[in-house]
Design a protein around this ligand. Structure first.
Ligand code: ADP
Length: 513
């Protein structure tokens, strides 16, 4: 016995030593090692409990509801239930929750719990609580950064795509999908699949793909180009490498829809061109107008001086001289009237005084006037058996007919037939003036009724003009709810048609021509 005593003492010593070793080990573990009964009352907690949460170990052990009472209010409604349910099923479990420290801090803990049971009933719980506050806040910061980044990406107007060096798509934003009409990126994890999808949308795929290939070969390069799509959109493509710790990890592509900007630029260029054209037309017009107004003055002055000389010499003034002077005055007044009328037309101020007008009378009068003016032209007047009456301004309608006849003789300088015809077709009166003159180039026929427009044939005719007559005619006719148009063959002559709504048909009073 006496012999065994030193051995026992040594054994006890060894056990005590080993326990102390374990206790020291447990206390040094970076976490709270604990033991509790199934109602969560602690029967043991390691010293780290005080260091982590600031409450003395005694309180953990003495207060039966210590754990539940010191849970964060937001976790108190679920954490005990979760744990209880696992304990009832004798299942080990692991979960994260918050506890309130003695100084008011919130401490995030990961609790890893083992349930010891006997005959299917939980008897003891063992666990370790690890402080994961740092980890949690790092994770929250990361989540915050990621969500900020996602929101920023989605709120930019540019479509963005990030690809790693192997072509795997690592990020994209909503605008990218919208621009390229891609509904889901799940089926395109690799850029080659995406490129297959966009190929069909490109107007010119060759340079698009060549640029991508070149950038894969020189990953450090930045790039910028313009892409045109088949649907008319224009995109600006910008690309630069993605760097991490001095190494290129991939490439960021950004696409900006500049269709509106490009269109606005084109419109602006067109407007500028039109403005230049308008200035050119105005300058041409001013020089033509100056020339046209000056031309009759020289013969007019000459005739007047000759008349004065005759009067001074008390000789009779030849009538022919007076006629010639009057012709120049007529020419001047026609030009000035055209200018005045064109200004009214432009301002929308041309006034009409409407009354029933006999088209047959109008045609007869015009033919007879022009017959005396130009004996070298053979005028014919084809009129229907019934008179056609329209509601309109007689003087203005006569002005139109006179203008067409003036042009007919002006642009058939070698003489020839000039035919005036009046007819009635489907409630519309049609007045036509046909000449056998030089005709009008086909491509210029649509522009004849524009202000200041003179076709290529005008200068060769050698007759002046301001390019205002037909412009005024169109306005007068359209104000009568009618239409004016031309049919012409270069070198063969022209026919101008005027249609007007018929007011009435009545038997002819005068004998037809
Ligand atoms: P202007 O005769 O004073 O030049 P208009 O407006 O009357 O102006 O005519 C416009 C242009 O239409 C003329 O410059 C001419 O080129 C063409 N034109 C008009 N009538 C005829 C016609 N009967 N035959 C050939 N060309 C014509």
């Amino acid at each position: 016995m006496a012999q065994r005593e030193p051995g026992l003492a040594a054994g006890v010593k060894a056990v005590l030593h080993s326990r102390r070793g374990h206790a020291a080990l447990v206390d040094n573990i970076d976490g709270i090692v604990w033991e509790a009964d199934p109602s969560f009352r602690f029967v043991f907690v390691s010293k780290q409990a005080e260091r982590l949460l600031g409450y003395p170990v005694e309180r953990w052990l003495e207060e039966p509801q210590f754990w539940v009472d010191h849970l964060h209010p937001d976790d108190r409604h679920w954490a005990p239930d979760f744990c209880l349910s696992a304990v009832q099923q004798c299942l080990p479990h692991e979960f994260e929750y918050r506890m309130l420290a003695a100084d008011g801090r919130t401490v995030w803990l990961r609790d890893i719990v083992t349930v010891h049971s006997e005959e299917g009933r939980a008897r003891r719980l063992h666990g370790i609580m690890v402080d994961v506050t740092e980890q949690r806040s790092a994770q929250e910061r990361l989540e915050q950064t990621v969500s900020l980044l996602e929101a920023t990406l989605d709120s930019t107007a540019d479509g963005l795509l990030v690809v790693d060096r192997d072509g795997r798509i690592t990020a994209h934003n909503r605008q990218f999908k919208r621009l390229w009409g891609v509904t889901s990126m799940h089926d395109c994890p690799h850029d080659s699949m995406l490129l297959d999808k966009v190929r069909g949308q490109l107007k010119d795929p060759e340079p698009f793909f060549a640029r991508i290939k070149a950038l894969y070969e020189s990953p450090e390069q930045e790039s910028f180009d313009i892409i045109e799509l088949k649907d008319g959109r224009v995109l600006e493509r910008y690309s630069l490498p993605q760097w991490r710790r001095g190494l290129i990890t991939g490439r960021v592509w950004s696409f900006r829809d500049i269709t509106d900007r490009v269109r606005a630029g084109r419109v602006q260029a067109r407007l500028l061109e039109e403005a230049h054209e308008a200035v050119r037309v105005r300058d041409d017009f001013l020089s033509i107008a100056a020339h046209e107004l000056k031309t009759p003055l020289t013969p007019l002055r000459l005739q007047l001086e000759l008349m004065k000389r005759s009067m001074t010499a008390q000789e009779p003034v030849p009538e022919e001289r007076v006629e010639k002077a009057l012709a120049q005055v007529h020419r001047l007044s026609t030009l000035i009237n055209d200018l005045v009328d064109a200004t009214s037309v432009e301002a929308g101020r041309l006034k009409l005084r409407r009354a029933p007008v006999s088209l047959l009378e109008l045609a007869r009068e015009a033919c007879s006037d022009f017959r005396s003016i130009s004996p070298e032209h053979a005028f014919t007047c084809e009129l229907p058996p019934e008179d056609i009456v329209v509601l309109g301004d007689r003087d203005r309608l006569f002005q139109v007919l006179a203008n067409l006849l003036e042009n007919a003789i002006k642009y058939s300088p070698l003489g020839g037939a000039v035919r005036v015809a009046v007819s009635n077709a489907q409630d519309a009166a049609v007045l036509t003036v046909t000449d056998a003159g030089m005709g009008i180039p086909r491509e210029e026929q649509t522009r004849l009724f524009e202000r200041f427009f003179r076709a290529r044939n005008a200068p060769v005719s050698g007759f002046g003009g301001l390019g205002l007559g037909l412009y005024i005619c169109r306005d007068i006719i359209e104000r009568h709810d009618g239409h004016i148009w031309v049919e012409s063959e270069l070198g063969l002559g022209s026919t101008f048609h005027v249609s007007l709504p018929v007011m009435a048909l009545r038997p002819q009073q005068d004998s037809p021509e």
